[in-house]
Design a protein around this ligand. Structure first.
Ligand SMILES: Cc1ncc(COP(=O)(O)O)c(C=O)c1O
Length: 392
């Protein structure tokens, strides 16, 4: 049985006709940039995120870059973020001329640790970018409280968390601006590159709309130097079709996560920990094990594709050497990077497939002293014997 890491074909099969019709509508209209398709998707996506404004952009990296620029962040400024994220989060900070400041993560949720944010604040700090990593919102109350006290901005990196919730509030509505990616494999993905920002502030929405379109105020009047970073109409039309199914897909991901938790209970493998009051959308299903490399090999031999998110934390990436970080600076990030393993996760994943993955994973842990080690190193993140999600 071959089990892919994600299966975009299976999803496409379920919406082929609707997508074809939506695409045909755009081709017939010959309106490929902007137009109704983009405006309607922006309206739908804002409503979904429970905010006043959404603005489509070319991809998630640009969403972050333009969000920072819209807030006037640039040279001489510092922006605090996590080192356990995709490089785009920090690359967007660098693109503005600002300096990324990396802080450590919470060992249970792998999201940014608010106590570490406090220590990293300086007089140059202008914003915090918490990343809702793997599909779980960061600890937003604590982060927003720090931002409020210091009068700095909070920009959500929600690229992996469409539809996730924190204390009943959806991602996209948890900070001053939120940034989404619609890369095909995301929970809400298009058929190419795409992204969006959401906000409740009209001035920010207007500035993003200008920055994404060459700083235009009229067709040939440019109030500032902007960028070409528009969401195209074909992608917007596809996204509108897919948005209607997002909640069902997220529910299927949660169901698969429960199956995994049941399979891996009492195996010594640390399964995802869900913070109380949070709704995780499992963009990735990330386990922790001391036997990561052998487990990945065994799963590969068994035809199961896996991933590692992320093998090298950002503060240790060659591209950020100039920032002066060294190994040991962010111990939790560094320790978990060697233990994380992402198992297949997509809405169409079946019970039998999860059973098979569980059998192979358990066989690896049952081969030695692994259980004991894991229990000692993970005392803050117990897994309930029945495999149910653990709430803190
Ligand atoms: C956490 C995070 N931030 C930002 C991005 C960038 O999004 P995009 O690939 O659409 O530019 C991604 C996408 O992979 C991501 O996972």
């Amino acid at each position: 049985m071959q089990i892919p890491f994600v299966n975009l074909k299976a999803q496409y099969e379920t919406l082929k006709d609707e997508v074809a019709e939506a695409i045909r509508g755009i081709l017939d209209s010959a309106r490929f940039i902007g137009g109704d398709a983009v405006a309607l998707f922006e309206k739908d996506f804002a409503a979904y995120c429970q905010v006043r404004y959404a603005r489509g952009v070319a991809n998630g990296t640009d969403a972050l870059h333009l969000a920072l620029r819209a807030l006037g962040i640039g040279h001489g400024d510092e922006v605090i973020t996590t080192a356990n994220t995709f490089i785009a989060t920090a690359a967007a900070i660098v693109a503005t001329g600002a300096r990324p400041v990396f802080v450590d993560i919470d060992p249970d949720t792998h999201t940014i640790d608010p106590t570490m944010i406090e220590r990293a604040l300086t007089s140059h700090t202008r914003a915090i970018i918490p990343v809702h990593i793997f599909g779980q919102p960061a600890e937003m109350d604590a982060i927003k409280e720090i931002a409020r006290r210091r009068a700095i901005y909070v920009i959500e990196d929600a690229a992996q968390a469409h539809g996730a919730e924190y204390q009943g509030v959806r991602t996209g509505a948890l900070g001053d601006i939120a940034c989404f990616s619609f890369y095909p494999a995301k929970n809400l993905g298009c058929y190419g590159d795409g992204g969006a920002i959401t906000t409740n502030t009209s001035a920010i929405a207007e500035r993003i709309a200008r920055l994404r379109d060459h700083g235009r105020t009229t067709h040939y009047t440019h109030a500032e130097i902007g960028f070409n970073s528009r969401l195209d109409a074909l992608q917007a039309a596809v996204l509108r079709v897919k948005l209607r199914r997002l909640d069902d897909w997220n529910a299927s991901r949660r169901r698969a996560a429960q199956w995994y938790a049941a399979e891996l209970a009492q195996s010594g493998i640390k399964t995802p920990f869900v913070r109380q009051g949070s709704a995780h959308v499992y963009h990735l299903y990330v386990i922790e094990t001391d036997k990561r490399d052998s487990m990945q090999s065994k799963l590969e031999e068994a035809g199961v594709e896996t991933g590692i998110h992320y093998p090298l934390p950002l503060h240790l990436q060659p591209a950020f050497h100039y920032l002066g970080y060294k190994r040991g600076d962010l111990p939790c990030c560094e320790a978990t990077a060697a233990r994380l393993l992402s198992l297949p996760m997509f809405p169409e994943l079946g019970r039998d497939q999860v059973r098979r993955i569980g059998t192979v994973a358990r066989a690896v842990t049952e081969q030695g002293v692994h259980k004991e080690l894991v229990i000692q190193t993970n005392s803050r993140a117990p897994v309930r014997a029945d495999g149910a999600e653990v709430w803190r």
